[in-house]
Design a protein around this ligand. Structure first.
Ligand SMILES: Cc1ncc(COP(=O)(O)O)c(C=O)c1O
Length: 476
């Protein structure tokens, strides 16, 4: 393809993109294809001869699009959103065109310096400690892995990176039973081991129990093990709960243990001062991660990771073979030492576009809407007989279940809610996911899609209510 052809197709694609975003509501939210259906339409071998872009684009529309789940659909209420926005998509187009690999300052000084600037803007907007230094990672999982690596290297005075863990006392990581699976995955990858992740029980508010944490630390120390990291969550994946950061922070400080805050989803809401007021104790945190790719209108992938003392991480990860020697600006970090991969995408550009295009106040307003609509939805649920609000609005998420008859067995209620969820998602009008809460199946409702309005939430709730009412119920 020559550049003249590229220009023509780029215009066609831009039109398709704008049409898609204006009509996304007409697609089924969750892809309705059966397993193997897309694969069966794809030739087994790669074409030998060049194919036209018209043919490739036609196949994209007929073969690929049916197998897409529409994360930008305004009735996407599942998981946590991966919301994007027009300015973010425009920036991604430029990023793809530049195709810059930004591993060193020298390989694109603007990428490194913009990353330093936008992570600093966000630190100020979220009112995080002034000492925090930011970087952009691909995911919260990668950031948490980096936090664990930094914590282990600190706890072993550098032995972790030099000699590994063999022969030394086990290093221990603490997180609540509600913590995201990325904590245990990170512990496995870092060589800490799943058996050395203590899953601390939660209290009635679903946050980690600080007394149980302290007791676990004491037992580990008494047995000669080394507490290395406490991971607290601000907005758990299951039900949006927050660990009591002030109390846990005090424990981490007194016990001299690295404290990492996983705010992957709810962190974006900290730009709203009313929400920020809920985050007390952050002054004790050593690292913090949140994902603008979840709730700050920035295309996946974009995870912002802060460290109080980056040398704890770079001390473990920095390696400079001759082929990477380069003159640094000294104005910004060499981010290659901050992550597992050497190569780095130019992720700062889309954040810069989003922050400037919306402005901080525009972003606050969008998140305030999501918070208010979640309260509004909770009111609708409370007023609807047969439904229970199983967890209250926490940020822009709540959970509920359908339990029309108090005499029903727990297993029958679970089965009813599984069937309700299946029927709703198979219908394609909206998309929801479930979790287990206090032994029962509950349905999560997350409001955070860029194009969602209160109408979409109301229509979504109406569909849930009528679908539930029409479900065949087991005889009680
Ligand atoms: C609380 C929490 N932490 C971490 C993650 C992992 O995020 P990522 O997909 O960016 O690795 C998630 C994902 O939903 C999450 O909810």
């Amino acid at each position: 393809m020559d550049i003249d052809e590229f220009r023509v197709h780029a215009h066609t694609f831009a039109d398709w993109m704008a049409d898609y975003l204006t009509s996304v509501e007409q697609y089924p939210v969750r892809s309705q294809v059966k397993p193997g259906e897309v694969l069966a339409q794809l030739p087994v071998s790669c074409p030998e001869a060049s194919e036209s872009m018209d043919a490739i684009f036609a196949d994209f529309k007929s073969t690929i699009m049916p197998g897409i789940t529409h994360w930008q659909h305004p009735k996407f209420f599942a998981y946590f959103t991966a919301n994007s926005s027009p300015p973010s998509v425009l920036a991604e187009m430029l990023t793809a065109t530049l195709g810059a690999q930004c591993m060193l300052w020298e390989t694109s000084p603007a990428a490194t310096e913009l990353e330093a600037r936008v992570t600093d803007w966000l630190r100020t907007l979220l009112d995080l400690p002034a000492e925090f230094v930011g970087s952009i990672q691909d995911s919260a999982s990668a950031a948490t892995l980096c936090a664990l690596i930094a914590a282990c290297n600190k706890a072993t005075a550098g032995r972790f990176a030099r000699a590994g863990l063999a022969g030394g006392p086990p290093l221990i990581v603490y997180a609540s039973t509600e913590a995201h699976s990325s904590v245990e995955k990170g512990a496995r990858i870092a060589g800490i081991g799943a058996d050395n992740v203590r899953k601390i029980p939660t209290r009635d508010d679903d946050g980690m129990d600080p007394d149980a944490l302290l007791e676990a630390i004491r037992q580990d120390r008494a047995a000669g093990r080394v507490p290395a990291c406490i991971v607290t969550c601000f907005g758990t994946t299951g039900v949006g709960a927050c660990d009591p950061l002030r109390q846990i922070g005090t424990i981490a400080h007194e016990q001299d243990i690295h404290l990492h805050v996983d705010a992957a989803w709810a962190g974006s809401a900290l730009i709203v001062p009313e929400v920020r007021a809920q985050l007390t104790g952050i002054e004790h945190a050593d690292s913090f991660v949140f994902n603008p790719h979840k709730w700050l209108f920035t295309n996946f992938d974009c995870s912002v990771f802060y460290m109080r003392d980056p040398s704890a991480l770079t001390g473990a990860l920095s390696l400079t073979p001759v082929y990477l020697e380069s003159k640094n600006s000294k104005q910004a970090p060499e981010y290659r030492d901050w992550s597992v991969a050497l190569g780095r995408r130019f992720r700062a550009l889309k954040l810069w576009f989003v922050l400037r295009s919306y402005g901080a106040e525009g972003l606050r307003q969008k998140i305030r809407d999501h918070l208010a609509w979640t309260e509004g939805l909770a009111d609708l649920i409370r007023r609807t007989p047969g439904f229970e609000l199983t967890t209250p609005p926490r940020f822009a998420m709540l959970s509920f279940r359908y339990a029309p008859d108090p005499r029903m067995e727990a297993t029958a209620i679970n089965d009813l809610n599984e069937r309700l969820l299946r029927q709703l998602n198979d219908g394609g009008t909206l998309y929801l996911t479930k979790t287990h809460y206090r032994g029962g199946v509950v349905i999560r409702f997350v409001i955070g899609q860029t194009y969602t309005t209160w109408r979409h939430v109301q229509e979504g709730w109406e569909l849930i209510r009528t679908t539930a009412g029409a479900l065949q119920q087991p005889a009680s």
